[in-house]
Design a protein around this ligand. Structure first.
Ligand SMILES: [Zn+2]
Length: 463
């Protein structure tokens, strides 16, 4: 089957140009102005629209067990919601159980996605235990296309690993070319502050934020980068939330250290006041790291503009307010940590970034698609509009008005973190490997069509 998208403005990380895009089968065949339409092709007129490479969300948690419950979107509802918002690839996290093999976790997560994923998906592996065959397991996983591993410096006794484990993992990637992703917060210190707050009867949602100071994030970012330097490996900081932490990344990058970091729309647009909403509604904004004071927001935008931050992901990890967030009604530490966002990333970044003059159109494409493709070993199959690349394309209407609401979103969760936000610009038509899966608000895809993305080691972070 072949598809010709005509009269559009093609936007990539490098340039903006008038061109037609010819798709043959699952890949892009040609990109140039004036490609003639023949009878065998389906034509799509994209006058007045942009064509963007499909969005890549490299930080999602679908069907993830946490604190006695499971994130509300599975691979079907989560990837379908992603597609509606113009995201055509995700990288989710498999979790190694302590004392078990990483291979088992990979099989478990493949099963979760099987028959469900609506767009292509890759997997990172969360490492909780490097005893036994852990280091050999990392090599095996790299061969399976799991080219990145995440380690936690927070959540003692649950996910946290010690510095020796982090250093061993970093050192192993210097050999196998994978990338280490760090959840950077000093969990040991935070747990002491949390225990003190609970002892003082401070149980409301806002204490989730007040017990996790930005210095605890900055300290861990600094330590993660220092260990990566000693190991001779790059490092990628996930969901960076504060100016304090950002300064650590910038300082390292200024010295030429291959340190990379992502932030998320919630840290760019929301602040700690949300956690003070009445009737326990602050729990809707409980995720980790927490929302910060307002003065951090412009610093993060500035970091994106100047490439101190390279990526915007969502850390999509939805829990319903009514029956999941409520688990922490009397104790903020029991509120499932996470918020929904997989559907709204491009809308929010386009409106509050491009329309507001904070990001160029090309930078918007770079941080939402091309940079994650490069850093996580998917480029140029993903994240690019060029002959040979997968035909993951978004026909983006920059003028349409859209109001974000839980009443109309496609995520399987009963609230929106961005309820009532009005944005200008949204995905009109979404194409995944040559197949139109969303058109004008209609779902045309199907569960199970998404393929596992086998990613390559020594991606952009190593160059
Ligand atoms: Zn996460």
């Amino acid at each position: 089957m072949s598809l010709l998208i005509r009269n559009a403005t093609v936007v990539t990380a490098e340039e903006t140009k008038a061109a037609d895009v010819l798709v043959e089968g699952e890949v892009i065949k040609e990109v140039r102005p004036g490609i003639p339409l023949n009878a065998a092709q389906t034509g799509i007129d994209a006058t007045g629209m942009y064509i963007l490479p499909g969005g890549i969300d490299c930080h999602t948690h679908l069907d993830m067990p946490f604190g006695g419950t499971t994130s509300a979107d599975d691979f079907e509802t989560g990837t379908r919601a992603a597609a509606f918002g113009g995201t055509t690839s995700i990288v989710d996290f498999a979790i190694q159980g302590r004392g078990t093999r990483m291979r088992d976790a990979l099989d478990t997560w493949w099963k979760k996605a099987e028959g469900k994923a609506c767009v292509d998906y890759g997997l990172h592996m969360i490492v909780t235990d490097l005893g036994g065959c852990g280091l050999e397991d990392m090599d095996e996983l790299v061969d399976e296309g799991v080219a990145s591993f995440k380690l936690f410096m927070a959540y003692p006794n649950v996910l946290m690993v010690d510095d020796a484990t982090i250093f061993k993992a970093l050192a192993r990637t210097a050999k196998n070319g994978a990338l280490i992703c760090m959840h950077a917060e000093n969990g040991s210190v935070i747990d002491v502050i949390v225990a003190r707050a609970l002892a003082e009867g401070k149980t409301a949602p806002v204490y989730h934020a007040l017990t996790r100071p930005t210095r605890a994030e900055a300290e861990a970012v600094h330590r993660a980068i220092a260990m990566a330097e000693i190991a001779g490996a790059p490092v990628y900081i996930v969901h960076l939330s504060s100016e304090d932490a950002l300064n650590q990344v910038r300082e390292a990058r200024d010295r030429g250290v291959p340190a990379f970091a992502e932030t998320c729309p919630q840290y760019l647009l929301l602040s700690i006041e949300e956690l003070e909403r009445p009737n326990f509604e602050g729990a809707k904004y409980v995720f980790t790291p927490p929302l910060r004071t307002k003065d951090n927001l412009p610093k993060l935008w500035d970091g994106l503009k100047h490439d101190h931050l390279q990526v915007v992901s969502t850390d999509h990890c939805p829990f319903c307010f009514e029956d999941q967030k409520i688990l922490g009604k009397d104790d903020f530490t029991k509120i499932p940590n996470g918020g929904p966002g997989i559907e709204n990333r491009l809308q929010l970044l386009h409106h509050h970034g491009v329309n507001a003059g904070k990001l160029s159109l090309n930078r918007f494409v770079e941080i939402t698609s091309t940079a994650p493709a490069r850093i996580f070993g998917m480029y140029p199959k993903k994240g690019e509009i060029a002959p040979g690349s997968d035909a993951d394309l978004v026909i983006w209407d920059p003028h349409t008005l859209y109001r974000i609401s839980a009443e109309t979103h496609h995520m399987r969760v009963d609230y929106s973190m961005f309820e009532g936000f009005e944005v200008k610009g949204n995905a009109r038509t979404v194409i995944s490997r040559g197949e139109v899966i969303v058109d004008d608000g209609q779902w045309l895809g199907r569960a199970g069509r998404g393929k596992y993305l086998k990613r390559t080691a020594r991606g952009g972070a190593w160059k």
